[in-house]
Design a protein around this ligand. Structure first.
Ligand code: SAM
Length: 285
């Protein structure tokens, strides 16, 4: 019995379905239903909301999302053993859980949006967590299909996601995130909360899309930040040589001193550089 529902304890589910955790699938399960409820609540009230969950595993977070009122949960899972384990949860919440077998990296999750807001809530497999986040932040259509993202990352990755100019963790991921979303760390989760425990602390990050991101293309923004942070200790007039014909002139054209370093430049500055790069490339063709 659990506090949230009268489904069997997750340890029983794991034993019956022989769901021993596999490192190759980034499997670190959460068995404490108070904690999974806290994560589900971190995404905001769930009534009338559809949720995409990546990697439901034995279903602890899935159960919390459903018990707390999500209209529908679309759970994408790569491990067939976990898919079998989720059958009981589906039966308990008829018509509200759709389990999709497959790799979340290959699935257009936006295609599950119907007439209700769609959020992503997930204890992500760490090996694909950053790739999934970058994919969700760089969708061509904006505002995106997701209303918010509430995601577990390793603490070190969470710090890079929310980092601002001047922070040690500020880099390409912080610029990309800050460009398109407002992100904050909601709370930390210690290794002891997982089975098996990972080596490091984790954090729940909540992201909401910005309505009007600075205008620029993903490709130009990534080209500029890659060059700038690839040599983060160098002055920009030097580090941007690989992308601009005349980096000092490009920097001056957007009112950035050529002697500045990448870690000092905010999102608006990088977006201005991205626009200058697009203009230079367009003029060349
Ligand atoms: N949500 C469960 C929990 O909190 O206990 C499990 C989280 S575990 C960190 C990550 C889950 O993602 C595992 O169930 C794993 O099988 C699944 N997974 C790993 N790679 C995946 C992928 N590329 N697409 C979908 N699911 C994946």
């Amino acid at each position: 019995m659990s506090a949230l529902d009268d489904l069997p304890p997750l340890r029983d589910v794991i034993r019956r379905h022989e769901l021993s955790a596999r490192k190759s699938l980034g499997q670190n399960f959460l068995l404490d239903l108070n904690l999974t409820a806290r994560i589900a609540r971190a995404s905001g009230p769930l009534e009338g909301v559809d949720v995409v969950e990546v990697g439901p595993g034995p279903g602890g977070l899935t159960r919390a999302l459903l018990a707390l009122g999500a209209r529908r949960v679309i759970a994408v899972e790569k491990d067939d053993r976990a898919i079998a384990a989720l059958g009981e949860v589906s039966q308990h919440y008829p018509g509200r859980l759709a389990v999709i077998a497959g790799d979340a990296l290959d699935i257009d999750l936006g295609s599950y949006r119907t007439d209700a807001p769609l959020r992503v809530v997930a204890n992500l497999p760490y090996n694909v967590a950053t790739a999934l986040l970058v994919g969700w932040l760089t969708t061509e259509a904006w505002p995106p299909w997701w209303q918010s993202l509430t995601l577990m990352f390793q603490r070190e990755v969470a710090e890079r996601i929310v980092a601002k100019p001047g922070d040690d963790a500020y880099g390409r991921l912080g610029v990309l995130t800050g460009w398109r979303a407002q992100a904050r760390i909601m709370f930390d989760v210690p290794p002891s909360a997982f089975v098996p425990p990972p080596k490091v602390t984790s954090s729940i990050v909540h992201l909401v899309p910005r309505e009007n991101p600075e205008p620029c293309t993903v490709a130009a923004l990534e080209a500029v930040t890659q060059a700038a942070f690839g040599q983060r200790r160098k002055m920009l007039r030097q580090s941007l040589k690989s992308v601009f014909r005349d980096p000092a002139a490009a920097l001056e054209s957007v009112d950035i001193e050529p002697t500045r370093r990448a870690e000092e430049i905010d999102v608006a500055g990088f977006a201005a550089l991205a626009r200058a790069l697009s203009a230079e490339r367009a003029a060349k063709n």
